[in-house]
Design a binder for this molecule. Structure first.
Ligand SMILES: Nc1nc2c(c(=O)[nH]1)N=C([C@H](O)[C@@H](O)CO)CN2
Length: 117
């Protein structure tokens, strides 16, 4: 299956379980990979046939910044659900990295793959 992807999408968010994390934003970095048949867009050269990664990225940022969350698992699950339902995508992989979470690590994170029922 063809894919559309967004890599390293930065979202400054209130995210975490500890009190200090509720008082300041931290950066999250998202990689999004969507199954999307490119046949129509590749033939028509029309954005209306493509999965618009710009609109999708803005919707993901707005969702994450709409309210604080404790776990990056929740972010991943809600982002996957948004992409499946609002963008007519059959399958999506969402990776969420929280690089400031563990001082001794370059980054930590979660990755999930979800498909429309
Ligand atoms: N699996 C997870 N473990 C932890 C999370 C998380 O979101 N998922 N969050 C924290 C804290 O918020 C941490 O990031 C603060 O440094 C701890 N473990």
């Amino acid at each position: 299956m063809d894919k559309v992807f967004v890599k390293g999408l930065r979202v400054d968010a209130y995210i975490g379980v500890y009190d200090w994390e509720h008082e300041q934003t931290q950066p999250l970095f998202l990689d999004l990979t969507m199954a999307w048949d490119q046949t129509a867009a590749g033939g028509s050269d029309a954005l209306s046939d493509a999965l618009d990664y710009d609109t999708l990225s803005k919707a993901v940022v707005a969702l994450i910044q709409a309210r604080p969350r404790q776990l990056i698992e929740t972010v991943a699950a809600e982002v996957a659900q948004l992409i499946l339902t609002e963008f007519n995508v059959a399958s999506v992989t969402v990776r969420v990295e929280k690089p400031q979470a563990v001082a001794a690590a370059n980054t930590v994170g979660v990755e999930i793959t979800r498909s429309r029922a």
